[in-house]
Design a protein around this ligand. Structure first.
Ligand code: B12
Ligand code: SF4
Length: 526
């Protein structure tokens, strides 16, 4: 499909001189030696006299009812990788953490004199990409503007439309970005990068054929670039486990997931790829030494897919006497746990773990492709709680065709479990998922007006269930009431929450869940 040769105007050549050989002669060899840290750099990009300047930003701002921020792992991985391949000066900004306005974010790119500007977005924040890329284009007319991250993986070509971006990367980014930078430094012909979505000289959007294989050996990647963020800022904010003020680092110890949940993008593919246990422990040890952390959270898709690795990891933590606290705000599949893995994780220092039920209905478990073994899910939670781990649960209400009785089944499984806390989210279909395809086949009209930018949890972006909005709202309120309004559970929360004095912080969020839809349902008639 790739047709036109180059989408890069000639004036972008200020970084890549047209006469490479002449330019190389002007570079002092000592500088070249220093710049070319990786052996292959000279081969790949011998010609640019000026250090490449890259600006990477995570887009989106914290909301009062959704104040979470986590280190921008995707960008930190990309930055660390680029540094091993090119002579490059990189600035990484997370708008969620810094609280920058869009103008301030663009100013950061300008201040960095960026040659390449890359934005990463989750879908709820993606509405800002149009304005941001236009402002960058105005302020830095020669910059190559890239998009990547979960929103691009979901929306593909639609993600670049309405923006000024030159190209968008679907899925894992390291190798794609390396190829893009090489192209940028060479002849700017983006038609050479497999699978890339890009704009040709006429600004038409083109998707290249082919794909870039996933990185087979994750251990070949450098540690994510924590030196490019101020991790201490994150310690003051709420992270994924609802426990603020932890001296933590996030770790992605594996990529890819072989399960088939139909709402999930699987950005990193279906094959489970993991860092070795040794490398994960090295990483923790490194952060302890360099960042002064005493806590880590794993945000893999599924940390415990390989039980042998779980045991090895836990043993190494013990052998090296790491004394680290470990949280799994996601990443654990409860029905894949057994006593040995729970014991190993608890011995290693695990104190918080989220478990995803999603639905308590066996019919829906099949429909949504999760196929969770619910009795084993409950056993997994029980084993974890018995080992002193604080257990949080994720559930969803509003799957296609879901009935009132099935919503109640979910509530019942959750409230009869030993979970300490739980959330009951609304199912939202993202493009390029099987769930989205299912709704497109059965109720295409429901997809027409989804407001993905709506992060107000008292509203419903879309209702796929077999019940009207008011009923779905009712079951969401009921779920919170029945789950939490239980004196034994409340006592357990106060007793076991790692920072009980901070519990009042959650009262407004909890109150909004208990009143969800009470004030907006009447205003909706879809
Ligand atoms: C941590 C996390 C968060 C953090 C924020 C993360 C962030 N980046 O901003 C918080 C807790 C805030 C969060 C919130 C939500 N999240 Co979340 N979250 C995650 C999680 C568990 C890990 C993200 C991560 O760090 N991954 C590891 C890094 C290495 O991967 P990465 O960021 O994708 O980056 C790689 C590529 O995408 C690419 N890349 C990324 N950026 C760029 C940029 C450029 C220029 C290029 C070239 C490449 C590139 O290269 C990177 C390296 O390979 C993912 C699950 C997952 N497996 O990723 C879900 C996930 C991202 N979240 C998801 C969802 C649905 C949500 C919520 C909407 C949930 C909800 N109902 O509230 C909210 C959104 C809140 C809001 N209002 O915006 C979905 C994404 C859906 C979508 N289309 O956006 C995911 C994918 C889960 C899933 N499997 O469905 N989340
Ligand atoms: S287990 Fe998690 S990562 Fe795997 S398919 Fe299901 S939702 Fe996606």
């Amino acid at each position: 499909m790739g047709t036109t040769n180059t989408q890069r105007p000639a004036d972008r050549d200020h970084v890549t001189p047209p006469r490479a050989a002449t330019q190389a002669e002007t570079v002092p060899s000592s500088h070249l030696e220093k710049a070319c840290k990786a052996a292959d750099i000279r081969k790949r990009a011998p010609r640019h006299a000026k250090q490449l300047r890259v600006f990477l930003a995570n887009v989106g701002r914290r909301q009062p009812m959704y104040p979470l921020a986590t280190p921008p792992m995707g960008l930190m991985y990309l930055a660390a990788y680029l540094r091993t391949k090119f002579d490059v000066d990189i600035r990484v900004i997370n708008q969620r953490c810094e609280g920058f306005s869009d103008n301030e974010l663009v100013w950061q790119a300008v201040d960095h004199h960026a040659d390449i500007v890359g934005f990463s977005a989750l879908t709820p924040a993606a509405h800002a990409l149009g304005g941001l890329t236009r402002k960058v284009r105005q302020a830095l007319p020669n910059a190559l503007i890239l998009l990547g991250g979960p929103h691009v993986s979901a929306f593909r070509e639609r993600a670049i439309e309405g923006t000024e971006a030159d190209a968008a990367v679907v899925g894992e980014g390291e190798l794609a970005l390396e190829m893009i930078v090489n192209t940028y430094l060479d002849d700017g012909d983006l038609s050479k990068v497999p699978g890339l979505i890009w704009r040709d000289a006429d600004r038409h959007v083109i998707t290249n054929p082919g794909f870039i294989p996933h990185i087979a050996d994750l251990d070949s990647l450098p540690f994510p670039a924590y030196d490019l963020i101020d991790v201490r800022k994150y310690w003051r904010l709420q992270s994924m486990p609802p426990i603020p003020r932890r001296r933590y680092a996030s770790i992605v110890s594996s990529r890819g997931c072989p399960y088939h949940c139909n709402w999930c993008h699987r950005i990193f593919g279906k094959r489970f790829r993991a860092h070795s246990a040794e490398r994960v422990v090295d990483e923790i040890e490194y952060y302890k030494r360099t960042l002064g952390i005493d806590d880590v959270e794993f945000i893999d898709d599924i940390f415990n897919h390989d039980r042998k690795r779980v045991i090895e990891f836990s043993q190494l933590v013990g052998q090296r006497d790491l004394r680290i606290k470990i949280a799994f705000p996601n990443a654990i599949r409860a029905d894949a746990l057994n006593q040995a893995t729970v014991d190993a994780l608890a011995d290693a220092g695990t104190y918080f773990c989220s478990f995803s039920l999603e639905s308590g209905s066996p019919r829906l478990q099949k429909l949504i492709g999760k196929h969770l073994d619910i009795p084993r899910f409950l056993e997994g939670i029980e084993m974890a709680v018995q080992r002193g781990i604080f257990a949080n649960g994720f559930n969803m209400l509003g799957f296609p065709t879901e009935t009132e009785a099935e919503m109640q089944q979910t509530i019942d499984v959750a409230r009869h479990s030993l979970l300490h806390t739980a959330s009951f989210f609304t199912v939202t279909p993202f493009p390029n998922t099987e769930l989205y395809d299912l709704v497109q086949r059965t109720h295409p009209e429901k997809l027409a007006n989804i407001s993905y930018a709506d992060t107000d949890f008292s509203r419903i972006p879309v209702n796929l269930a077999a019940v009207p909005d008011e009923v779905l709202f009712y079951y969401q309120r009921r779920a919170n009431r029945q789950f939490f309004m239980n004196p034994v559970r409340l006592l357990r929360i106060v007793r076991d929450f790692p920072q009980p004095h901070r519990l009042p912080f959650y009262i407004p969020i909890f109150a909004s869940r208990l009143t969800k839809g009470l004030f907006t349902a009447a205003a909706r008639n879809d």
